[in-house]
Design a protein around this ligand. Sequence first.
Ligand code: BG6
Length: 510
Amino acid sequence: MTPSSSTTAVTPPDDCVMVIFGASGDLAKRLLLPAIHNLARNSALPNNFAIVGVAKDEFDSPGFRAQLVREIKEIESDPDPDYWKTAFDNGVHYLAGDFEDENTYQRLKACLDKIANERQMKSNCIFYLAVPPSLFGTIVEHLSRAELVKKDADGEQDAPWRRVIVEKPFGHDVESANALNRKLQGLLDESQIYRIDHYLGKETVQNILVFRFANGIFEPLWNRRYIDHVQITVSETVGVEHRGLYYDRAGALRDMVPNHIFQLLALIGMEAPASFHADAVRDEKAKLLRAIRPMAEADVRRNAVRGQYGAGSVNGNAVSTYRSAPHVSEDSMTETFVALRMFIDNWRWADVPFYIRTGKSMPKRLTEIAIQFRRAPFLPFRETAVEQMRPNQLVIRIQPNEGISLQFEAKRPGILVNTDSVDMDFCYDEYFGSNAFIGYETLLYDCMIGDPTLFQRADFVEAGWRAIEPILNVWGATTNEDFPNYAAGSWGPDEAGQLMSRDGRYWRTS
Ligand code: BG6
């Protein structure tokens, strides 16, 4: 992430090869290839760039190229039909191989040497692990044995750089995340590890930093003196779909909270970094997570709500119960909804509740952060017909309708002093026009230029798991007999509403 006050042109990164493990999978097709395509169209790829796809499927390079051309055409709404072919075709290679077989890595090494020779380029490489998490450690171990990656190689002058991008999920609890960190850090320097969280690729998420730290007017209010509470909602209309195998073991808490939601929480709550240097930003984010108040068992029972959707309807379409989805057990106790009431124990946020909720099969797709300010301390309108003053809310809409609005009270025209809540509204689309980026572009570009600001450092990952560990433990040890406890298309179980209403507060119902 390179901050600039104006529209600086993007400089192409160093020449490099991107090796995609799992190149024939869904992630590569839906996200990586379109992002690479968009980078190319924006002149943000290295002048010399090649792709090597590695997967089990029996393709050869021409077959793989033909498939990519087809996929790009399928995905892009208005592609220049020949663009991908002209820009990339001779730079796309494919290697069929088993990720657990030593030989695959020897062949990969030969392939990378050949590319570097033919193209007269330095052998800089990104290894993208678009594979199930059980393979992360195995692949990096093989890369290391084949000397395709070398710890600390980044520090050697003139040595080509080698970086590894790891997809989520990064572990499933503190212990497994730490074990994976230890394994990767034994083979690579932390500066070579890029743990992706696709939320950090979203423009609106990156804008939280700019909004907070490039403007003078909000920061003085950004603390317990002026903020009553913060609510973060990530609701999805989709259900578990075809992901039962993964999701039924993960659940909503693991799937969304220590990663995406804690990224939002950290950006909203962190102290101002001394600079936009990657470690300055990531230090502050990790500090914020470490300040989350630990929950004892009684706190979990009081401040954490879990739900599972039953049959219902979303946007007029009938939805069957979660338990009937493919690969989901008939008596599954996995939560598809979570609501939490959390506190951050530091000077800025002491006693300010942060309410968080996320769920599948909800009435609308919505990711937003609402900052509710304290009420005016004194109402000079007591003798007049003021019906009700609503507190000011600043709402950061991450998706859809990306933007920011500030809600305040205004006098309704007329003889009496009646007030209405009105909005000052900033809409990305209206202001900047729509953007075809899918979110992975910045992340790939940043990895190519060696800027890890928008990637998760090991300590952030660990602090995230640590903060939810008490909930995982209590929920893991008890079953929720009333599952399913919310109908698809509703805002979750009643207890989620009570989490706020017993504090005299309410979820936004926008
Ligand atoms: C993924 C989760 O990481 O994020 C999914 O595994 C979830 O379950 C998705 O649907 C949400 O991402 P987005 O960008 O659609 O908000």
